[in-house]
Each structure stands twice: as C-alpha cells, then as structure tokens.
Design a protein around this ligand. Structure first.
Ligand code: ZN
Length: 428
C-alpha cells in the first residue's frame, strides 16, 4: 500500500527503523514446518475468508493433503478470485512474494513452492524472520503448562514475554475444572475461598516467571457484559457442583454469576500484582460467531469498577471503532490496541489511526500485535501492513497540516514501540 501524501515515503521508511513491540501473539512452539503449499498460504486467518466463499465440501477438500495440488487447485482458484483483496489476502500475497519470489497465486507457483517450503521449526529461521521484521519483543498468550511456569522451566519462543491466560480460571463448570486449575500447585480445593487463594498463588508464580499482563478472550463464548453478583450467588453455584463431582453446570448460562464474580476477583488480583489486563474485543477468529456480545462498550461497568486496573482493549474493537475511541477518551484506565486489526481491515485501521490522533491522547495507542500461532512469515507480512497503515494515516494528517512530519515521526515511534514498552513495563 502507498499513501497519497507527499511525506508518505519518508514516514514509511522511518517506521521501518522503529523496533516493534508485538503486543499479542500465540507462538506456543517453533512452528510450523510447512509441508503443503496450499496450507502454507491459506491456513490461519485467511482460511476464514476462504471458508466464507466456499462450500463445506470444497473447504474440507482443500485441507486434504492426500489429494494432489492439481485436484485442489480449481477450488482454491475459484475462492482466490472471490477473496484476493481482503487484508488477510494481503498477508498471503506478501508471503508469496517475499519467501517464495512469486508475484501471483497460480498452480505453477504452488508447484515451484513445493520442496522449498519454510521450516519454522528451525530456531534460526524463526528468529531471523523476527529480526527482519524488526520485532523487539512479543507478548505471548500460549496457554502454558502451568507446572513449568511455577518451576521456571517453561521455554518460550524467541523474544517472548509471557502473559497469564485467564479464561480457564473463571470458566469453571464442575469439580474437575477446579481441580485441574489448582493441580499444578499440588493442591486440592474444596471451597471458593481456597480456590481464590490458590489462583492468586498461581498468578504470583506467573509474575515471578516474568509475566507482564493478564490476557482474556472470553468474548468468544460469552458476553463481555459482566454483572456484579454477590459472593453468595457465586458460591451457591460453586458449592452445587463441588459437592457432587458428577454435576456439570452449563457454561455460560448456568455459571454466569460465578464466572462474573471470579472475573472481578481476578481484576482485584491484577491490581494487587500491578499487571495490566488485555481483553479481546470485537471480531473473532473463524466464522459464524456473534459480534454483539464482544463489543468493548459492554465492559463499561468493569472499567468503572476497577479504576486501578489498566485495560488494553484489543483488535481495535472491529467493527465498533467509535465505542472504543469513546472508552479510551473517557477512561484513564483504557488503552487501544490494534493487534490483529491491521490485517482484519487495513482501511479501518488507517481511518481509526487518524481519528485516534484527533480525539484520544496519542500516548494511549498500541499499534501492533501479530496474533498468529507460530507462522512468523505471516507475522513479518503483518508487521509491514501495520507500519504502512500507520504511515498512511499519519502522513495524511501531515498533508492537511494537522501536525508536522517530525511530530508524526514521534507519534509513530510511540505507537509502534514506546507506548507499549512503557505500558507493559518491558524495560527495553
Ligand atoms: Zn489472539
């Protein structure tokens, strides 16, 4: 992408030189070792766009590597023609060009890729791509083996800092869920008090390991409208399933008061541990989810109640930019994080970056987070797109004399690096 403004190129080049804080990612392991050219290009988020233009039968066939490239290509070609202009497709195009030297997606290109597919299980290759993307540090939500966190033996992928994966600790529906969560400390709990105390110890151990934040993506399967139930309401549900290990409450409808209560208690722990909280808002990976329950505006009561907790609200709340701009403007404890959003919808982000500059303090914006599982080839492409989105937005604002080029560079630096470095106390 190219901006129209006179200073676009200079600003774009400047953004290249700024190291990135990758605010959000899921690289559990060094992976993948690509084996199939079609999967190397379509898996991950782009898969969702393909899914929305392909029959279920054809969609399954694309993943079936027992079928030859020739057999699957007509399905992919048909889908590509319908979806080759989305932000996700931009990632695919850039990966194709950068790592395989191909300008176009064709059957011949796929055949040439075979045999020289990236092996991202190789640490040098994996880290080399991060180096090329100029990513300084990555905040990783990797749902770790908690025992390894406690013992300090968990191995993270290069340049990573851990975040605490929170949903499982409040999404408890039965006796087993509870005991599984506390087992890494060697505990068995039989009361809500004991459960909360054990969770606190587990979170402390994460912080000791180096965790820099909590992360919660419960909006995938419940509303962000957290109520504020009494302890008795929560404890009634907890005691009901604990006294009979064969009972299981339905999530989220039957467990909501307990889930909500625990979430608030964990926000108090975040405050005590002085760790910010990352919350998934807006669009969800995959297709056929419900966006209404994931709108950040539903968090208003949580933000009001927990004034000492700093909330980094994710994915630019796509497609509800206005609500998130309001929350960030209105509440000192809210920041906007553009992780993932830069490729969900590049133009949305370009517009929102401009709007953010004109309505919220520029010190409250975090510009980038890759949000892939491994796949640093896509992380590299995503970083390029994020830098371009920011350069396009800010150079346009320079063009209308809203700010000077030097000021735009300072803002870009903050959005790509400084704000997140300070917010998460990364000490870089
Ligand atoms: Zn994510």
């Amino acid at each position: 992408m190219k901006g129209q403004a006179k200073c676009y190129e200079e600003l774009r080049e400047y953004c290249e030189t700024v190291p990135l804080v990758d605010c959000h990612d899921h690289s559990v392991n060094l992976e993948p070792k690509y084996k199939d050219p079609i999967l190397a290009l379509k898996s991950g988020y782009f898969n969702s766009d393909i899914h929305s233009v392909t029959s279920e039968d054809d969609f399954r066939k694309l993943d079936n590597t027992d079928l030859s490239l020739e057999k699957r290509w007509p399905i992919l070609e048909k889908a590509w023609k319908k979806t080759c202009h989305t932000g996700y497709a931009q990632v695919t195009r850039r990966v194709l060009k950068k790592f395989y030297g191909e300008d176009e997606l064709t059957l011949a290109a796929l055949k040439r890729m075979q045999g020289r597919l990236l092996d991202l299980s190789d640490e040098k290759t994996f880290d080399g791509i991060l180096e090329e993307a100029n990513i300084a540090v990555r905040l990783e939500d990797v749902w770790p083996n908690v025992g390894k966190v406690i013992r300090g033996t968990l191995k993270l992928t290069p340049r990573s800092r851990l975040v605490i994966s929170l949903p499982r600790y409040h999404k408890i529906c039965n006796y087993e869920d509870v005991q599984a969560n506390v087992a890494p400390l060697g505990n068995i709990v039989d009361s809500l008090d004991a459960y909360l105390e054990t969770c606190r110890e587990i979170f402390k151990a994460h912080k000791k390991f180096g965790a820099v934040a909590f992360k919660d993506q419960s909006a995938y399967d419940r509303t962000l409208d957290y109520g504020n139930p009494t302890r008795t309401e929560a404890e009634t549900i907890f005691n009901w399933f604990m006294e009979d290990p064969r009972r299981k409450a339905a999530y989220p409808n039957q467990t909501k008061p307990l889930d909500d209560y625990l979430f608030h208690e964990f926000m108090r722990m975040a405050r005590d541990l002085n760790l910010p909280v990352q919350i998934h808002t807006g669009h969800m990976a995959g297709i056929r989810n419900d966006i209404v329950k994931a709108n950040a505006i539903l968090l208003t009561k949580v933000i009001e109640l927990h004034r000492d907790v700093r909330f980094d609200l994710f994915h630019a709340n796509w497609p509800y930019s206005g609500e998130l701009l309001f929350l960030c403007k209105n509440y000192p404890n809210v920041t906007i994080d553009f992780c993932w959003a830069n490729i969900i919808d590049p133009v949305y982000c370009q517009n929102m970056f401009k709007q953010a500059l004109s309505c919220v303090p520029h010190g409250k914006i975090h510009g980038y987070g890759s949000d892939f599982v491994g796949c640093v080839d896509r992380t590299w492409a995503h970083a390029q797109i994020a830098r371009e989105n920011i350069a396009i937005a800010l150079s346009d604002m320079v063009d209308i004399d809203y700010l000077s080029l030097d000021e735009a560079k300072e803002v870009a630096h903050r959005w790509l690096f400084t704000n997140a470095n300070n917010f998460y106390r990364l000490g870089l």
